[in-house]
Design a protein around this ligand. Sequence first.
Ligand SMILES: Nc1nc2c(ncn2[C@@H]2O[C@H](COP(=O)(O)OP(=O)(O)OP(=O)(O)O)[C@@H](O)[C@H]2O)c(=O)[nH]1
Ligand SMILES: [Mg+2]
Length: 385
Amino acid sequence: MTEKKQRPEWVPEEAGAAFTTHVLEGVEGGHDGMPGRTGAEEFSHLPAVARRRRLSADDHVQGVLTGNRTVLAQTITLVESNSPAHMEKAQEVLKQLLPHTGNSVRVGITGVPGAGKSTFIEALGSLLCDRGHKVAVLAVDPSSSVTRGSILGDKTRMEILSRKKDAFIRPSPSGGTLGGVTRKSRETMLVCEAAGFDVVLIETMGVGQSEVAVRSMVDFFLLILLTGAGDELQGIKKGVMELADAVLVNKADGDNKIRALTARADYTRILHYLQPATGGWTTQAYTCSSVSGEGIGEIWSVIEEFRRKTTESGVFNARRRSQMLNWVYTMVQEHLQASFFNHPEVIKLIPQIEQAVVDGGLSATMAVRELLNAFEGRRSVLPGG
Ligand SMILES: Nc1nc2c(ncn2[C@@H]2O[C@H](COP(=O)(O)OP(=O)(O)OP(=O)(O)O)[C@@H](O)[C@H]2O)c(=O)[nH]1
Ligand SMILES: [Mg+2]
């Protein structure tokens, strides 16, 4: 891959890794599941100025609000940046965009690898575009920062959806920690809403903590499962099922259809014993085939019914409010944690403290006190410390 390809034209020559565009190398032809979409046709109607120099905060805001794809992509890149200068500008842009956000239904989609999440999103997204919706597809996949791959980029390119003019597909940000990735995805979601997308679909792998993080940023959470409830439940924890507003048995086609219907009945039985994820809503199991399209429209009706019911009961808005507050405190926690572990005195002390704890010479409580003393600039209380 040439240097030119790695560095899009709006990225300044001297920009370092802070521009996340740099690390998305390795997938030819557009990593976004947007193969072949070079953006050239979209660049052509942009003011010349947007093509050549970095956009001002106002340029970003205006571009996003008018639904300009190129500016939208650049704004998301800005939001994903880890450089302090970009973060400040990104926050200015977000502040101006905030009044235009919130007007979408946010749907999280999880399931074990290979369950068919991407294929389902392709089918549902295409159906919604055909019905006049504007659909943004995002991914939350912290592992992609390690593998440099992406759950959207590698396997399923969402070929059909990526060609729709009313769809926008964005892979997982390469951000490192789950906290970093979710912050970026949340803000990307807001930017997409300001750009007029009224459906946001967020794919995440059904392993680890990312589904909990995604649950905390969406209205409706969909768990995609495969046939064979017994085997499946070993991979999918009961806790994940308790996060779901609907359980969907995918691949209900061909020889698999009967098995899918059996699995649906099994899951229905299991759901009966679980705590529902959303007050006033009963989580049920459904089947679909993302390949034939059967059942896809039905699932959308379920999501619409969910929105209607929970909006009426006030649960919808209450959840959004608590998600916003939750977000604030999550960021406070992350910030405190980062400043603690990056504190030079703490870094210096940790090996010593760890050794003392392991050797049995220091209790865990005393170890914590010592580390916090170092962090807060107080003297050690240990004899000889
Ligand atoms: N027969 C059938 N195959 C399907 C269906 N949905 C997905 N598949 C196939 O299942 C495989 C995995 O699909 P993906 O959509 O990539 O699954 P995923 O859950 O996004 O996988 P990861 O992103 O790797 O976690 C692909 O080969 C799909 O073609 C379906 O409804 N019916
Ligand atoms: Mg996928």
